[in-house]
Design a protein around this ligand. Sequence first.
Ligand SMILES: [Zn+2]
Length: 149
Amino acid sequence: MYIPTKTTSENHSIQQEIRQIVIDPGHGGRDPGGHRGNVEEKAIVLDVAKRVKDKLLYDGYEVIMTRERDTYISLENRVSVANDLNADLFLSIHANTANDSSINGVETHYIGDSASFARLLQTTTVNRVNMNDRGIFESPFYHFPTEDS
Ligand SMILES: [Zn+2]
């Protein structure tokens, strides 16, 4: 996941500052992302994204999806959706694969001044899903390479 936010500092309530959220299910269409057998990343992340969308809508956030079905969208177009709206949060969802099954868990990638939000998201997610905490990473905004794609 890549989490660029606008103005989230350590002491501010994130819920008060974030109203409009762009959810970006990674890959899609001719870009399947990573895969394990017949299971493709693009399908997993779309399913996860729709669940996240429903929960956020229920909690009163405004949610915009970069894709709602199995369509290809360039990285530039994904980012421009968030920039054109001046959205408060851009949340890109990925499901990375590794050939070594000992490599597993949750990791959060962010850019800019979003470290505190990334840490909160990472901690909350790890606690909820009971998976390995792989930590947060400041990463440039591009697709994180997987080992088998
Ligand atoms: Zn991916």
